[in-house]
Design a protein around this ligand. Sequence first.
Ligand SMILES: Cc1cc2nc3c(=O)[nH]c(=O)nc-3n(C[C@H](O)[C@H](O)[C@H](O)COP(=O)(O)OP(=O)(O)OC[C@H]3O[C@@H](n4cnc5c(N)ncnc54)[C@H](O)[C@@H]3O)c2cc1C
Ligand code: SF4
Length: 391
Amino acid sequence: MEFERNAAPYRPSLERIADFREIYTPHDEARLTAQSARCMDCGIPFCQSQTLPDNRISKAGCPIHNLIPEWNDLVYRDQWRDALDRLHATNNFPEFTGRVCPAPCEGSCVLGITDPPVTIKNIEMAIVDKGFENGWIQPNPPSRRTNKIVAIVGSGPAGLAAADQLNRQGHSVTVYERADRIGGLLMYGIPNMKLDKEHIIQRRLALMEEEGVVFKPDSDIGDGMNGTVDIRNLVEESDVLLLTTGATTPNDLNLPGRELDGIHFAMEYLTANTKSLLDSNLEDGNYIDVSGERVLVIGGGDTGTDCLGTAMRHGCAELVNFELFPSHPEERRPTNPWPEYPLIFRVDYGHEEATAKFGEDPRIFGISTTEFMDNGNGRVGGVKTLDITME
Ligand SMILES: Cc1cc2nc3c(=O)[nH]c(=O)nc-3n(C[C@H](O)[C@H](O)[C@H](O)COP(=O)(O)OP(=O)(O)OC[C@H]3O[C@@H](n4cnc5c(N)ncnc54)[C@H](O)[C@@H]3O)c2cc1C
Ligand code: SF4
């Protein structure tokens, strides 16, 4: 009742688009203490459970059941190390989720019924960052090995979390990844400004290696043809084989003009950018450079926002973002009550940056693309669209 919500700010938009460093500002302990004091330690903490009162599982609350009121209280009492232990009790990689999770916990926070919710995600990130800074997070290999061999195909968050859990049980875990770097979409989907690759992801991977997990990048698991490693060998060699290969197939727009130059899938754009950034600080030129270009991003969500943020950092000349559906309202609809995830109008980092540079939000809502137009040289120069309204 004494403190208002005061979320940690990002670095100023116009400053941060000049680099690919993380968008976050340093943790402010006084702010975090005051913000953790807002937590009411609810008898039924909706933030940490994913179950609605009638036992329906919903998209409400923390999907991994983080012990949120416990660590909020420990932060308030300045017991950061204990807070870290409680955070790690349910979460293998809080330094990832504290940066990129969409925070359904905040959408379900009981405070949110009458006031803005507790800044749970900021507190989570601060706890784990402080844990690393203070050297509290050290390799903790299992004391005994079971001699069971586990092969995991795919090194995204699913594969990594499984590897971490199974290694802790004493099994001998090898993670196979077809890309040249481990991490799946953590590495090559989500851009560096949202989740730092060299400092944040590599730090955790190094820790897992010291704990005994073996990583094998450049290992495309398949039928043994076309340069792939034969999966039958893995089956033979392992007690358990886990497939955590994600969803690589993009959602194409098979429209007239789709074959024109200058049309790319988000993942081509984002992956090449991060790879070139990590390989050569973008000096090898092996990425889709949109500096000085007029850029249209079709599709919203995290992927669309990350494309906006990347195009801003390249120095695009104009930026427009099409969202198929009409804009969400500022407040919840009656059909989307607390504690469900709030479907409300949000301004993410990429929207903020485009607004700061170009003077207006780049999004156009309720619009569907029907055709890509040729600029006369075999390259896309425009699109035809339809306005969409919802009944
Ligand atoms: C641009 C973008 C931004 C996102 N931002 C967010 C966000 O901010 N917050 C959030 O919560 N979620 C976000 N997501 C979603 C999130 O990244 C995914 O839900 C998550 O990565 C899925 O994890 P996964 O381990 O199942 O798969 P993936 O991360 O896709 O990992 C699967 C891995 O398996 C490998 N693989 C596949 N086949 C083989 C094979 N035959 N042999 C060897 N390896 C193989 C792939 O190369 C890949 O590395 C984002 C997604 C994208 C694309
Ligand atoms: S729902 Fe909100 S106020 Fe209640 S315990 Fe969780 S974070 Fe604290």
